[in-house]
Design a protein around this ligand. Structure first.
Ligand SMILES: *Cc1c(COP(=O)(O)O)cnc(C)c1O
Length: 360
C-alpha cells in the first residue's frame, strides 16, 4: 500500500530560522534544541541544516551518539543529564555536556574517578519546580562541582521558564530575579531563555539561548504563529483525496455519526488519521486546504482517514492534494482546534508518514 501522508521538511526554513534567532538574540550563543527527533522533523537532517548552531540540546544520550556518528563536533547538551553512573561514563566518552540538576547526579560525579573532563550546566530551579537545585543551595553545589578535577572549569548556570510565552506574566519576572540572586557572584555563562523567552523577555537572554520551537517556525504564544515573529514553518504535511461522495441532507459522517450534512453536499475522504499522528481531538471545523481553498474536517478523525466538507471546493476530485499544515495553514491553527500546541503536532508524526526534504 502506498504511503500518502507526506511531511516535507524545508531545510531553507530551518536555516532562515536559525539566522533569525541569531538576529533576535544578538550577542548570545545559540543552543539548537533538537530533542524528540527535532520536534518530529528528523534529528540528523535538522542537525545538518543547523550545523552553524553553537551547540545542540537533546534529551537522550542516544541522540548525542547519533550526532557524534554523523560527525558533529560542537557541544551537545543532554538536558536532563545522566540518570545513572553508566550514563556519566557514556557522556564522558562521547564528550557530551551534562545538565546537573539533582543530588543523585552529584553523588555519581563525586564517586567517579574517570579523569576525562565533563562540561557541566548547573540547573537552578527558579520557580518552575520541575528540575533544578533550589536557589538557596546553588552556591554550595557550585563549589562542590568546581572542586572536582574531572569537571570542566567553566560551569554554565541555567534555569528554565514556566510561563515565558505569556509576555505579561509576573512569574517570569520572579524567576529572573530568583535566578539572579541564586547565581550572584558565581563565575560562568548564564543561560535562561527558551523560544518564548527570546521573543518576549529580551532582558533574559544571557550568554546562551536554548531554542527549539522557533527553529521549526513554531510558536507557543497564544494566538500567534511563528510567522507573526518572522519565522518560517519548517514542515508541510500533505496527503490526497481518495474518495469524493455525495451526501443527502441529514446523512451522517464517520464514527459515532457525530456530524450530519446540513444540505445535499459533497464530502471528501483524505488518507490521513491519528495513525499518522494527525490529532484525533481535531473536531469538525478544523481547517485543511484543498486547491488553495480553506476547507474543514467534518465528523471524527479516524485512524487512517479524515472526512472533509467540499462545499467551498466544487472542483475537488479524487487525487487532489490536501494540506494539513504548511506556511499557508499554520500548525498553530490546527493545534488551537485540537486543544494542543503546535509542538505536540509535529512531534506526533508516526513512522507511517513519508518524510521528504526540500531546500526551500
Ligand atoms: C525543550 C527545552 C527548551 C526549548 O524550548 P522551546 O520552547 O522549544 O524553545 C529549552 N530549554 C530546555 C531545558 C528544554 O527542555
Amino acid at each position: 500500500m502506498s504511503r500518502l501522508a507526506t511531511a516535507t521538511i524545508h531545510l531553507g526554513a530551518l536555516r532562515h530560522n536559525l539566522a533569525r534567532v541569531c538576529e533576535q538574540a544578538v550577542g548570545a550563543r545559540v543552543m539548537a534544541v533538537i530533542k524528540a527527533d527535532a520536534y518530529g522533523h528528523g534529528l540528523e537532517r535538522v542537525a545538518r541544516a543547523l550545523s552553524d548552531a553553537d551547540a545542540f540540546g537533546v534529551a537522550a544520550i542516544a541522540d548525542g551518539l547519533r550526532l557524534r556518528a554523523a560527525g558533529h563536533r560542537q557541544r551537545i547538551v543532554v538536558l536532563s543529564g545522566p540518570d545513572s553512573p553508566a550514563d556519566l561514563a557514556e557522556m564522558r566518552r562521547l564528550n557530551l555536556d551534562a545538565v546537573i540538576h539533582h543530588d543523585s547526579q552529584l553523588a555519581w560525579l563525586a564517586a567517579d574517578a574517570d579523569p576525562r573532563p565533563l562540561r557541566v550546566w548547573l540547573k537552578v530551579d527558579s520557580g518552575m519546580h520541575r528540575l533544578g537545585f533550589p536557589a538557596a543551595r546553588v552556591a554550595q553545589v557550585h563549589a562542590q562541582l568546581a572542586a572536582m578535577s574531572n569537571v570542566d572549569d567553566e560551569i554554565v548556570l541555567m534555569t528554565h521558564f514556566a510561563a515565558s510565552d505569556e509576555f505579561e506574566n509576573p512569574l517570569t519576572h520572579a524567576q529572573i530575579e530568583q535566578f539572579e540572586q541564586a547565581v550572584a557572584g558565581l563565575p560562568g555563562p548564564r543561560a535562561l531563555s527558551n523560544s518564548a523567552g527570546v521573543l518576549g523577555w529580551p532582558g533574559a537572554r544571557g550568554d546562551w539561548v536554548r531554542v527549539g520551537g522557533l527553529l521549526y517556525g513554531l510558536s507557543v504564544v497564544e494566538g500567534k504563529t511563528g510567522a507573526d515573529f518572522g519565522y518560517r514553518p519548517a514542515m508541510t504535511l500533505r496527503t490526497r483525496l481518495i474518495a469524493v461522495n455525495e451526501l443527502k441532507k441529514g446523512e451522517r459522517v464517520g464514527y459515532a455519526a457525530t456530524w450530519a450534512a446540513p444540505e445535499d453536499m459533497r464530502i471528501g475522504v483524505a488518507a490521513i488519521g491519528y495513525g499518522d499522528g494527525y490529532p484525533r481531538s481535531a473536531g469538525s471545523g478544523t481547517p485543511v486546504r484543498i486547491r488553495g481553498v480553506d476547507s474543514a474536517i467534518v465528523g471524527r478523525v479516524s485512524m487512517d482517514l479524515i472526512t472533509l466538507d467540499l462545499r467551498d471546493v466544487p472542483d475537488a476530485e479524487v487525487g487532489d492534494e490536501v494540506t494539513l499544515w504548511s506556511a499557508n495553514l499554520p500548525a498553530e491553527r490546527i493545534a488551537a482546534a485540537a486543544g494542543s500546541i503546535s509542538y505536540e503536532l509535529t512531534c506526533g508524526m508516526t513512522r507511517r508518514v513519508l518524510f521528504v526534504e526540500d531546500d526551500a
